[in-house]
Write a protein that binds this ligand. Sequence first.
Ligand code: ZN
Length: 247
Amino acid sequence: MVIDTHCHLDVLSGQVLNDQLNPADLYLTMGTHAEDWPTLIQLCRKYPNIYAAIGLHPWYVSGEYGNELEILQDFLTKYKVTAIGEIGLDFAPDYVDLRNHQLDAFECQLRFALEYSLPVSLHVYKAHNEMIALLKQYPVKGVVHSLGSSVQIAREYLNLGLKFGVNAVVVKENARRYHELVKTYGLESIVLETDSPNITLPGKMVSDLADIYVVVEAVSRITGTTPEEVVKLTNANANQIFHFLEE
Ligand SMILES: [Zn+2]
């Protein structure tokens, strides 16, 4: 069993999902905005190995975000979910205009995480200072998904008790920064993810949930451990944060 701690299964068609799901693996599928939350609740009811996170992604923080956060709170009260995600901050040129709304929506969702005792799955891009400042204020448990920062910044997240999510980017030969993070902090600091369908293996046009096994091999090479050890330790980290096996 491998635990995929960050994927977007609602985006896959029913047929593709059925073809790709491995009954032996666990999947934590992410929400991005109110429209996809009902589908995620349905998916995790339908499949025993799919778990749901719901949240408002920084790309989707529109003028209506106050309304969406009210709906989010309503969902958190009514339904059992595993985490709040995908949430965070993204100050890339396309999204930096939403900066203040993003900060407000993110802080509100961190408050929900503490109030409902839920871990988080975090998206961060060009916003590490702001994110670290908020995480110091709101001591949540969780994962920084697809982290590609310097080792110094990663240390700050680890000091706050978070782990970081490693996906197929690490398979690329030139992804030096990602290799360095895995090599420096090792298996005790990471969890695995596909971010399906957003990330593909080098040379591939489409992603597959089974790509996670190629990520296992890459992490095994970088850390000089066996694939079995990679799976065992990263699963233990994922369970410690998301409590999959206690439900
Ligand atoms: Zn994602």
